[in-house]
Design a binder for this molecule. Sequence first.
Ligand code: C5P
Length: 222
Amino acid sequence: NEMIAIAIDGPAAAGKSTVAKIVAEKLSCVYIDTGAMYRALTLKAINNQVDLQNEEVLVGLLANTTIKLKQSATGQLVILDTEDVTEEIRSQEVTNNVSYVAMHPEIRREMVARQQALAAHTSVVMDGRDIGTHVLPNAEVKIFLIASVEERAKRRFEENTKKGYNVDLEELKKEIEQRDLIDSQREASPLIKAENAVEIDTTSLTIEQVADNILNEAYKVL
Ligand code: C5P
């Protein structure tokens, strides 16, 4: 009955959430999608026409914002204040702006505090960019997922096509590269592999293989 924390970090569209959900299910842990929290704040800021460069205004907005990650039969729901924004936070507009919101140190400080509170009393699988380095530095298992940008763009492309969205592969590639660049180069807790993280290159692995790799790491410490 020991608690376990599994941190999964890595660049955009590396498959973190897909495998995190599988691992969480297998180990009966709570899955926490920290990117969804930054996305929800970004959506609210856009809807309120807040200047995304203005950290002070964003901090005030976040102070008056509740973001809930709710488990449902159909998967995880993201509730922003009282509204279900599960789909909306995946829009192109939110995706292309979220990294500017996530750059601000005071925004990160508050988000990290909320994420740590969510993991305080329960076993979690948490995915993001700074989980192993800042949010859960004592996590029993730390994973850093990577894949080539071509492969990541291709996976996104196929996801979008399946949903009936028309997207351009080259556009997706550019968007992913741009987001990784901002996330890796920011001053405040940039995207970086934690010293003791296990790196998994998923480029030529199936989802099941990646999940099994992570589960094997977990079984070593359980
Ligand atoms: O994981 P996802 O792609 O949904 O994350 C969206 C964005 O949120 C990232 O590109 C990054 O800018 C930000 N993020 C972050 N730290 C996290 C999770 C996400 O800065 N722990």
